[in-house]
Design a protein around this ligand. Sequence first.
Ligand code: MV4
Length: 508
Amino acid sequence: MAKIQKVLVVNRGEIAVRILRALADLGKRGAVIYSDPDRAGLPVMLADEAYRIGPAPSSESYLRSEAIIELAGQIGADAIHPGYGFLSENANFARQCREAGILFIGPSPEAMAVMGSKVESRRMMMDAGVPVVPGGRDPLPDLEAARQAAVQLGYPVMLKAASGGGGKGMRRVAEESELAAAFRAARSEAMASFGDDAVYLEKFIDRPRHVEIQVLGDQHGRVVSLGERECSLQRRQQKVVEEAPSPAVSPQLRQRMGEAAVKAAEAVGYTNAGTVEFLLDADGESFFFLEMNTRLQVEHPVTEMVTGLDLVEWQLRIAEGEPLPAEMAAIEPRGHAIEVRLYAEDPYRRFAPSPGRIDVLRLPQGPGIRNDCGVYEGCEVTIHYDPMLAKLIAWGADRSQALRRMGRALRELRVEGIHTTAALYLRLLEDRDFVAGNLDIGMLDRKLAAGELDLSDPANPDLAPIAAALAHFARTSRTTASYPGRGRRTSWRHAARRESLHGGGRWI
Ligand code: MV4
């Protein structure tokens, strides 16, 4: 197969930057599309070529599959890299690319279609001998069937949308008296979200971890596992921190999970990069297939840091028909990597969106630190797209060094003009459960709800009285006068909040 010369990157933000860098490293041309608010974005600056695709709404820009494929043809791109989100898991788009003679950097549309359906992929995995969550093989015809299945499984159970994914149409049912209402609710939510009201039942798994396996499959039938990522730290089903390896996975368990993931990928003839998601039971031994993500994931850098591989490079090599070297299957994780996602959200205001101009941006540097960043100082963060600005990744010889380095990175980081979630991560690094590696998928939400993650600056306890005084002033004062130099709309209450975060004369 001929080498790819030029790739059209159909994405924005940090992942478009990441892909453009890989292309530059391989000596290939990188073109990018952009919407109106992204015209001065970092991907446009770094690309060899950039093309306007439409106005802000994704449906009129990054999701315009036909216009995108036409553009790829016009500019002579051999391939499209979809990144994550947008068109990345759309089997029809992959099919359209194929029909237009453009390489889609990803698996076949057929593999994407199977993994896009919950019941179909579950059935396929059952037949392939991959452990799935105990439960039904087919959608439930009616409430009576649900009742019988639930009794057989034993409560609590989980109702899930057959066409679903991402938690929509999902209902936990603690006992039989709740079943009828939950069945109706799950059905209508499934219909509203996926245009299909089919639901099925699973045993509810209590306080599991979310552990996923990175796989690569070439076009010659070889699939390899590149080990796991621990992704249990989520806020409302949105990942915030990921690490590799998982503190809960022994070499033996890694072997078993890796073999299951390879079996899952082989069962659908998987090619290119993919991720097999598992729930790891609280017993630390049993694991269950949840779904397979048929794209490059946000958290791929932690795998890169512990394997030394460039996953985007391998995506391109696989697309060019290169076989995976047999030795790749024997890679063991080296050291430890952790990633935090920097969101333009205010953790002091229930994670409200925080758009605006980034007045100051100083990214951390030094040994073991990597930044995958989609923004620059002076740029505007809009409300039109996902609020993730950047990822900070720290590598260490072991977990404790990686965590210390992440602490250093977060203290070096300066972002002014907008709020970010950085302060939450500094606090998390001091949390006993997190430091001990005792994680489960509900941990962060429980701690946030319990107010356990106090968001005052842990490194500057001597500022607490100042913060308290300012907070008192904010409560008792009627004024909304502006805080010097912080802009018209910044109230004293706001200033007090910021003051509690102030460390050594600098803002975090
Ligand atoms: C579950 C579960 C417990 N038991 N299924 C949430 C999203 C969807 N992809 C699957 N999800 C879950 N399915 C059973 N039988 C708990 C979750 C779940 C979850 C899973 C992975 C990562 C974060 C999560 C947060 C809440 C619930």
